[in-house]
Design a protein around this ligand. Structure first.
Ligand code: CA
Length: 228
């Protein structure tokens, strides 16, 4: 699970990086609002499972980051860190599109529990069923289909297709696939990605005479939003 921490207090940011890292999260840190927004909204793969967002930040406030992310239809779950006696009300955080908040100082145990709950819940505004033309993937039902035809896939194939479809229309690199579908510490042969792309094509494309999974030279793979 990959988490972005946007926190300008360097010591706190490092404590968060260490603590979340020990809890099994992969952590990226941004130290100001502009970098935070850019990383959250413009990073090529948008692959964060959650964002821990401080409110008082140089450049752009956490509120503004959240508002702009949502305006760009970036629905990554956001947990806001609010100061107890801050000028903002915690209700403001939720109004502006945060999914949860925690007052500073907070306990790590609580932070990790809240993050896990957020990630389990996922982003509410995400479409329940992912589509690319007549290609569909239903995360709740664990179903992949072409039109009315259900296509059996393995859990790994499902995870890979889900990752590609969550970024449909945009290329994702092999590295991003490895980090998100295997894990950040995967040390095996990265060509495993090509092998699985091949498996998926044999299931979702070839039998239907289609090519939804495109190879983007030098960039990775992309799901054609029209379903190929
Ligand atoms: Ca701050």
């Amino acid at each position: 699970m990959r988490v972005l921490v946007v926190e300008d207090e360097v010591a706190l940011a490092e404590t968060l990086r260490d603590g979340l890292g020990q809890a099994g999260f992969t952590v990226d840190v941004a130290h100001d609002g502009v970098d935070g927004l850019w990383t959250a909204a413009e990073a090529p793969y948008g692959a964060y499972d959650a964002i821990v967002l401080d409110i008082m930040l140089p450049g752009l406030s956490g509120y503004e980051i959240c508002r702009r992310m949502r305006a760009r239809e970036v629905w990554t779950p956001v947990l806001m860190l609010t100061a107890k006696d801050g000028e903002y009300d915690q209700a403001d955080a939720l109004d502006l599109g945060a999914d949860d908040y925690l007052s500073k100082p907070f306990s790590f145990v609580v932070l990790i529990a809240r993050l896990r709950a957020l990630i389990r819940r996922g982003a509410p505004a995400r479409p329940a069923v992912l589509t690319a033309g007549d290609l569909t993937l239903d995360p709740a039902q664990r179903r992949v289909g072409r039109g009315a035809t259900t296509i059996p896939v393995t859990p790994r194939e499902f995870a890979m297709l889900e990752f590609l479809m969550r970024h449909r229309g945009n290329p994702v690199t092999k590295t991003a696939i490895l980090e998100n579908v295997w894990d950040a510490h995967f040390t095996g042969d990265p060509n495993i990605v090509e092998v699985y792309i091949g498996y998926l094509r044999k299931k979702i494309d070839h039998p239907f005479g289609r090519a939804a999974i495109e190879t983007v030279r030098g960039a990775g793979y992309r799901i054609n939003p029209d379903g190929g």
